[in-house]
Design a protein around this ligand. Structure first.
Ligand SMILES: [Zn+2]
Length: 440
């Protein structure tokens, strides 16, 4: 390919010039190895992510690399077009770099290349490039979500109807049934703390975390998401929980595992420990939200709930540890989770709503109606979700497709062995693996 060859030639001539300079200085040197090349590519990538973040408030989700780089980027005030030109050069140069024989270095090279490609796509979108939902998710997250017909969701509804017979729409019946499982606001912090302890203890049984790892929890309002982990570096996070809408009891474990252990907090901590501190891979100090890394992050955070609390164990644990603190009736725990399991299957209805809405086939109200009908969200929750889709677009696939891809990957490599599943899962959280490589 012409672009790649040109980049390789440019690289060779740069290298020749560098060797001349070194020779003039009278030093002895060797040819730079792939590792050195990847280190310099990594620094350029970090600076480009930071630069694009100046044009896109949601883009840089976390950064704990050298503060001077951010200051320099802020001072430079580079335009998107300029950033794009450099990013395309970087992409071509990485593509011209041979794949290292070491497996981790090969993952590193491929990660840098694909993350840079996603940066290019996001920058092009900021410049006005229009992509379909599937084109966008492929470009940004290295994955395309399967399509489901309306009949598929109608069948799921029928299964839930059998659990909740009665009058009115299924969504209304579900909402009425779930009312008894709301965590009272004044009990929220205690329940959440207990859930975090449970998730942490289970995670620490299978992996060690660096000393000092910790996070703080804050309760916030007026957000399009229900929870958020802001990674701060040095093995610390800030976790925010949105209290705009009632929080049902299952959300305690979901949020504690997803945002904390073994989800986002653990993922970021392991990347910092194993890749940044131990290997010096500076590219992991920045997390561009609209990139393939997000599918691994959200997918592993969601699968992490199942790995910490395998089917059957969760209800018993919650009935013993959370229901009493929340003041809920443990006798109805099994039924609640039986219904929840059926409702969880409707999550792909949210992808369909986003796909149709972002492709311009339906408007915001119709997207909310679709999610009320098929994802069984209450109208306020569906409205909040449309706000999320407006802000984060095809990011929605990272939760359910991400979880399914991570589950398939872990279970394919580990089978039914629980200990082995943890091992494969932790290895995934400690490497720069791409979504498209999960199926291999
Ligand atoms: Zn998340």
């Amino acid at each position: 390919m012409t672009g790649h060859n040109a980049a390789a030639m440019r690289k060779l001539s740069n290298l020749a010039a560098a060797l001349v300079v070194v020779a003039q200085l009278g030093c002895v040197t060797t040819m730079p190895n792939t590792h050195t090349d990847l280190n310099s590519a990594a620094e350029r990538y970090v600076r480009l992510v930071l630069a694009l973040g100046e044009h896109d408030a949601d883009y840089v989700d976390a950064y704990y690399g050298p503060p001077a780089w951010r200051d320099e980027v802020k001072a430079a005030k580079r335009g998107v077009h300029d950033i794009l030109t450099d990013a395309r050069t970087l992409r071509d140069e990485i593509a011209a770099t041979p794949t290292p024989s070491d497996a981790m270095l090969a993952l590193r090279r491929n990660y840098l290349q694909r993350q840079t490609e996603a940066l290019i796509a996001r920058a092009e979108m900021l410049e006005g490039r229009k992509l379909t939902f599937d084109e966008e998710s492929k470009a940004l997250y290295d994955a395309v979500a399967p399509m489901h017909t309306e009949e598929y969701f109608q069948e799921l509804n029928a299964a839930i109807e059998r659990e909740l017979p009665g009058e009115g729409s299924i969504t209304d019946r579900l909402e009425a049934f779930r009312k008894d499982f709301i965590i009272p606001k004044e009990k929220l912090d205690d329940v959440f703390e207990a859930a975090i302890e449970g998730c942490r203890a289970r995670t620490l049984e299978h992996t060690s975390l660096p000393p000092g790892e910790t996070f703080t929890v804050e309760y916030v309002t007026n957000k399009s998401w229900s929870g958020y982990n802001w990674y701060k570096g040095n093995f610390t996070s800030l976790i925010q929980v949105n209290t705009d809408l009632p929080i049902f009891v299952d959300r305690a474990i979901d949020l504690a595992c997803h945002e904390g252990y073994p989800g986002h907090h653990v993922y970021n901590t392991l990347l910092e420990k194993n890749l940044v501190k131990d290997r010096g891979w500076v590219e992991m100090t920045v997390y561009p939200l609209f990139s393939p890394q997000s599918l691994i992050a959200e997918g592993s955070a969601n699968y992490g709930i199942e790995i910490a609390f395998p089917a059957g164990e969760r209800v018993a644990w919650e009935k013993e540890h959370l229901f009493p603190i929340a003041g809920l009736d443990p006798a109805r725990g099994e039924k609640y989770y039986r219904v929840q399991e059926l409702v969880a299957k409707t999550s792909y209805a949210g992808n369909e709503a986003a796909r149709r809405y972002l492709n311009g086939e339906i408007n915001a109200d119709q997207a909310a109606e679709w999610m009320t009908k098929y994802a069984l969200m209450s109208p306020p929750r569906a409205k909040q979700r449309v706000k999320f889709i407006d802000q984060y677009r095809s990011y929605v696939i990272n939760y359910n497709l991400g979880k399914d891809l991570v589950r398939e990957y872990v279970e394919r490599h580990a089978g039914n062995d629980r200990e082995k599943r943890w091992k494969v899962f932790i290895e995934l959280l400690s490497s720069p693996r791409l979504p498209s490589s999960l199926t291999k």
